[in-house]
Design a binder for this molecule. Structure first.
Ligand code: TYM
Length: 346
């Protein structure tokens, strides 16, 4: 079997408000992985235009996601932080993958069905082909590990299917060009921890999302301490005190969600949280949750505001990261062209 150097890649869309789900399910975990892996973190602006975007908002939000990465603790000098549209090889490899992935595979993608809704005929072709671009994001670096929230699982399975089919369909040429029995790794999704699916604060059956019309459904990364406190105090709960065992949370989605959020913010397990808070009424537990949420999130919001006041610095970080990403991506893309039989200048 071909072996691949361990490399982490992940991306966040610059659409709408970054929220606690993005932080706990993804960005906070990106920060941790910096100590053990080489990491590439991408603001996926080309994914954003699969849905309508106001250019001014998009421009600001690209900088805002970058600011969130930096404020959360990602170090752009040790790792790579960049925006997708500055590295053209993502789109180039996505075209190749459009020719590898099968219509039947994309027809199964639940995110397309959710986002396109009833008016599917009117959805952009880009929204449909989105998973191919996502596979290209990862595989243009031949990344081996991808930390994401639960909602991205199906897309990562598709990424593995695309890598496998490419490796099979071009196996002779891959070997001929000295890449052994596989050119692309079968990427490992890393979906771990208590907060892989943070739910809405208003409805424990719905995912916390950027597009929910109710701002009270989510905690935004830019919320100040008072807003965070208010949203947690208003969060939907039930009438029972907290149980002593995690099994007791099973039919209680709102309680389960608040305990998971507490656990993720404080780096413990839900069982640990219940050990300390069993029997608490929600009024008391919510006060404790406000304290930990404000302590963790308010400094990030402050730092994001400080960074957003200096867009020149953010743009320089993205330009530097993009230049380094382009070197790696060009290497993969040249090899792909050789494997496919394209003629290229040398
Ligand atoms: P996006 O921008 O919707 O979300 C960014 C990250 O946040 C996670 N996430 C959540 N985690 C827990 N609870 C939630 N409620 C919640 N909501 C969002 C997402 O799982 C994701 O990890 N398609 C991707 C972006 C992307 C990408 C990639 C990711 C493009 N190319 C390559 C990894 C690798 C997306 O739309 O994420």
């Amino acid at each position: 079997m071909a072996t691949f150097n361990e490399l982490v890649f992940s991306g966040v869309q610059p659409t709408g408000n970054l929220h606690l789900g993005n932080y706990l399910g993804a960005i906070k975990r990106f920060v941790t992985m910096q100590d053990t892996h080489e990491c590439i973190y991408c603001v996926v602006d080309m994914h954003a235009i699969t849905m309508p975007q106001d250019p001014k908002d998009l421009h600001r939000q690209i900088r805002e996601v970058t600011a969130a990465f930096l404020a959360a603790g990602i170090d752009p000098t040790r790792h790579i932080v960049f925006n997708q549209s500055q590295v053209p090889q993502h789109a180039e490899l996505a075209w190749v993958f459009n020719c590898v992935a099968r219509l039947g595979w994309l027809n199964r993608m639940t995110q397309f069905k959710d986002k396109a809704g009833k008016d599917r005929e009117n959805a952009s072709v880009g929204l449909y082909a989105y998973p191919d671009l996502m596979a290209a994001d990862i595989l243009v670096y031949r990344a081996t590990h991808v930390p994401v929230g639960e909602d991205q699982k199906q897309h990562l399975e598709l990424t593995r299917d695309i890598a496998q089919k490419f490796n099979n369909d071009w196996s002779a040429s891959i070997a001929e060009h000295g890449f052994g029995d596989a050119f692309f790794p079968l990427t490992e999704p890393m979906i771990a921890g208590p907060a892989t699916r943070v739910m809405s604060l208003r409805d424990g059956a719905k995912k916390m999302s950027k597009s929910d019309p109710s701002d009270y459904s989510r905690i935004n990364l830019t919320d100040d301490a008072d807003t965070i406190a208010q949203k947690i105090r208003k969060a939907k709960t039930d009438a029972e005190p907290l149980p002593s065992e995690v099994e007791g949370l099973k039919a209680r989605p709102e309680a389960d969600n608040l305990v998971a959020i507490y656990a993720a913010l404080t780096d413990v397990t839900p069982a640990d949280v219940l050990r300390d808070h069993a029997g608490s009424q929600f009024s008391g537990f919510k006060s404790a949750l406000v304290d930990v949420a404000v302590a963790k999130l308010a400094p990030i919001a402050d730092d994001m505001r400080r960074l957003m006041a200096d867009p020149g610095h953010i743009d320089a970080v993205l330009a530097d990261g993009s230049a380094r990403a382009r070197v790696l991506a060009a290497e993969t893309m040249n090899a792909v062209k050789d494997i496919l039989g394209f003629v290229r200048a040398r």
